[in-house]
Write a protein that binds this ligand. Structure first.
Ligand code: DX5
Ligand code: ZN
Length: 218
């Protein structure tokens, strides 16, 4: 199966973010992945709802917003109003995952849960009916450009089995390259996030095509 590609704009030129979003759109990305960090849940600070809102007119593609923030509930509505299509929260953040997922869906947007590398897949066992996406972190969240953690391949397979025939996307984020995209697809992922692998060298279309090709070959 060919993976959908969601370039992470964390690796884009932040001084030209609007242009960068248009460029990955024209280069054939499927979704636009937006990494939101608060300097508390993760050791880095990135962007907030005002930036998401400013980027919205630059692409009609799915805005896939990955919230690495704690607390998360007070900010959901702001990210919805900013134009998010999918909002993904961390199972390790907040205290009431089920409630947070209901809150996201109450605004008519899709709800995702992300699992850190050390978090077992059982964390989502009782919320599968409230999920549109599961995000397996294949690096510890906080920074782009880290190496893929092989331990996560087994977790991807296990989650694929848990999902069964439910209409839930299985996304993998962190250290994805053409070298590992085939194994990630074979384990059952449907969409990968790629920051460095898309933005490196400036040939966004070529980089996206290389990731797609590697996943199709699996
Ligand atoms: C990490 C972010 C990722 C990251 C991916 O916390 O969630 O989206 O930017 O970057 P690469 O592909 O460079 O690992
Ligand atoms: Zn991310």
């Amino acid at each position: 199966m060919t993976l959908k590609i969601a370039p992470s704009i964390l690796s884009a030129d932040f001084a030209r973010l609007g242009e960068e979003v248009r460029a990955i759109d024209e280069a054939g990305c499927d979704w636009v992945h937006i990494d939101v960090m608060d300097g508390h849940f993760v050791p880095n600070i990135t962007i907030g709802p005002a930036v998401v809102k400013a980027l919205r007119p630059h692409s009609k593609k799915v805005f896939d917003v990955h919230l690495m923030i704690d607390p998360v509930d007070p900010y959901i509505e702001d990210f919805v109003k900013a134009g998010s299509d999918i909002i993904t929260v961390h199972a390790e953040a907040g205290r009431h995952l089920d409630r947070t997922l209901q809150l996201i869906r109450s605004f008519g947007v899709k709800a995702g849960v992300s699992l850190n590398p050390a978090t077992p897949e059982t964390a989502i066992e009782y919320v599968l009916d409230k999920l549109d996406l599961v995000l397996v972190m294949s690096v510890n969240p906080g920074f782009g450009g880290q190496s893929f953690l092989e331990s996560q391949v087994e977790k991807i397979s296990r989650i694929r089995r848990m999902i069964g025939d439910r209409p839930i996307e299985l996304q993998v984020d962190g250290g994805v390259t053409p070298d590992n995209a085939g194994r990630i697809a074979a384990a059952g992922a449907s969409v990968v996030v790629a920051g460095s692998a898309v933005f490196k060298g400036g040939d966004y279309a070529g980089n996206i095509a290389a990731l797609k090709k590697a996943s199709t070959a699996a």
